[in-house]
Design a protein around this ligand. Structure first.
Ligand SMILES: [Zn+2]
Length: 593
């Protein structure tokens, strides 16, 4: 197999790969954005349905016209950040996008004002294709401030709320930790020492946790000051923007309603025993009486080394999708064939994995560093699920209707991972292999569904405490975290005392305008487990339903998508199905004992 098969061909994105021509295209993007501003600034308030349609269609055409040039620059840089041309192009694309953003920033406020004045536009048949897009803008409208106030907030946030976020991130990333490994004391940065949490050596796992959290706890005054400022700012802004609760902003951003999230979280609370049952089972498989917190993500001691070559991985993943639907299988294979996947491990390449959808080309580009481990094959299946989402969504929707929120964004990807899991399970030859695959799936499900729920409860606890007028110092915040955590784990896990400082290192708690970011993960994971359960119940007749759901993009709310499957996601029945799927995997694992 030629090595370059694992490297992207980005030339499909542009007519010419000449850097000068790409720079020229970026410049014309800024010029056109300014023209749009000149044409529409101050004139949106008088638009009728036809006028609004023309504006929305024009903006979508603009997005599609320039998507490829910016995407080419970003992808080229993520593939090799040491390449001088990539550096220049990436910087040029970043600046051009920023200027476009500045030029078109007035649109959001102007559209919100227009719809607040004429709410009937939302249901006007002329605008039928944009109905849900407009509904979402209308929902935000009552909470927007004037253009001057919004601008002032952006300026003040830079050295206000965003400075706390930067302090937390800089503080964490510059910490170093001394740890003895094989008789030698090593000084490791945070990003490296956390790699030891999943070491097969239990003592090393324990010591790395002890050292990291013990040290982070010493700076509790910094973490607590930062988190307190972030939360207080959010409460004040929520009041100023007239949000009825501290969660409303997040509900609107995620296109969901309060009742759905209440039902989702109740389902979690009702099923903590199921998760605890899995954790006890994992303890048994590890030869322990009880798991300690540093065993939660540990591999099983007898887990076999499963290695895959690139072509073997391709075959596994394509087959898994093909088994579900032939057309999807063909698309997935095409991603390899057209070299839209960069799997090569090399210096200068961005770490981690992502899938960038290419709407104009009705396709996508995937980046990962493929090392041949089972986890890498799983990541490949995951990212290809995003690509399938993009294949279907970009064929059916305009860019405005393909702004998929976090609750739905992981549907194709996680579903694809489950298809792969099922296929690998059907081929396992030994008990050890089966246990390794199942614990991998259940560990991930447990972390995303239950562990993340502890964070949802923690955030709620903090706001409730603040609203009661409590002062949140480090120890108080730590107590709120432990209460939330224990609600999930009960007595199924032994925690090191220093784990009460676990909240200090989560960057998301400190990010500006990112409150209540956790439940969408829980939603996304359980949503897909439910869909998978439905697939198993309904067989082939479920396939077109999933394809319709993915093709919907953001043109319908998660609630409407659930209704199209015959479910009311504001109730518990839908979510319980996801738990049934998890229970099936736990039963399978139990049978291996
Ligand atoms: Zn993903």
């Amino acid at each position: 197999m030629p090595k370059d098969e694992m490297v992207w061909d980005l030339s499909h994105l542009v007519e010419s790969t000449s850097p000068a021509l790409i720079q020229k295209k970026l410049k014309s993007m800024v010029v056109i954005a300014k023209k749009i501003r000149d044409t529409y600034h101050g004139k949106i308030g008088i638009l009728d349905a036809k006028g609004l349609l023309a504006l929305l269609e024009m903006r979508d055409t603009f997005t599609l016209k320039f998507e490829e040039a910016t995407m080419y620059c970003y992808l080229m840089y993520s593939a090799d950040s040491t390449n001088d041309i990539a550096k220049q192009l990436n910087e040029a694309a970043r600046k051009a996008s920023m200027r476009v953003g500045e030029a078109l920033a007035f649109l959001n406020i102007a559209l919100a004002n227009l719809l607040a004045e004429n709410p009937l536009l939302v249901t006007d048949p002329v605008l039928a294709e944009y109905k849900h897009y407009l509904e979402r803008i209308l929902r935000r409208a009552p909470h927007m401030l004037s253009e001057t106030e919004e601008r002032l907030i952006i300026i003040k946030d830079k050295n206000g709320i965003k400075a706390w976020q930067m302090l937390q991130s800089d503080w964490l990333s510059t910490q170093t930790f001394d740890i003895e490994i094989e008789g030698e004391t090593k000084t490791l940065p945070y990003g490296e020492i956390i790699g030891l949490y999943e070491s097969p050596d239990r003592d090393l796992r324990k010591r790395s946790n002890q050292i990291v959290y013990g040290n982070l706890g010493k700076d509790e005054i910094i973490w607590a000051s930062a988190i307190r400022a972030v939360c207080e700012d959010h409460l004040q802004m929520s009041e100023l923007r007239k949000y009825p609760t501290s969660m409303t902003q997040s509900l609107i951003a995620n296109d969901v309603d309060q009742q759905t999230i209440i039902s989702l979280m109740r389902t979690i609370e009702k099923n903590v025993c199921l998760y605890q049952r899995y954790l006890r089972l994992k303890a048994k498989l590890m030869g322990l009486n009880k798991l300690a917190n540093y065993d939660l993500l540990a591999p099983l001691p007898n887990a076999p080394e499963m290695n895959y070559g690139w072509m073997e991985a391709r075959r596994e993943v394509v087959d898994a999708y093909m088994e579900f639907d032939e057309q999807i299988g063909v698309w997935v294979d095409e991603m390899f064939e057209k070299r839209h996947i960069d799997g090569e491990v090399r210096k200068g390449k961005e770490s981690g994995a992502f899938c960038a959808e290419w709407l104009a080309g009705k396709s996508a580009y995937i980046l990962q560093s493929f090392n041949g481990k089972m986890g890498d094959v799983s990541t490949l299946a995951h990212e290809l699920g995003h690509a399938v989402h993009a294949y279907l969504g970009s064929r059916a929707q305009k860019p405005s209707n393909y702004e998929i929120g976090s609750c739905i964004a992981e549907t194709g990807s996680t579903f694809g991972e489950l298809l792969l899991t099922e296929q690998l399970l059907s081929k396992t030859k030994t008990k050890d292999e089966k246990q390794a695959i199942l614990t991998r799936t259940l560990d991930e499900f447990g972390m995303t569904t239950f562990q993340v729920s502890a964070r949802v409860f923690f955030e709620q606890n903090m706001y409730e405490a603040m609203e009661r007028g409590e002062f949140l110092d480090g120890e108080t915040i730590a107590k709120l975290w432990v209460v939330a955590r224990d609600k999930i784990y009960g007595d199924s896990v032994d925690w090191l005392d220093v784990m009460k400082w676990e909240w200090t290192m989560k960057p998301h708690y400190y990010m500006a305008n990112y409150r209540f970011y956790n439940y969408p993960y829980v939603f996304a994971q359980l949503f897909v487990f439910t869909l998978y359960q439905l697939y198993k119940e309904q067989g082939e007749s479920f396939v077109p339903k999933l394809k319709r759901l993915l093709a919907a993009g953001s043109s319908r709310s998660p609630r409407e998508l659930g209704a199209e499957l015959g479910f009311n996601i504001t109730g518990a029945t839908f979510w319980e199905k996801g738990m049934e799927q998890a229970e099936e995997f736990i039963n399978m694992l139990e049978e291996t004992l």
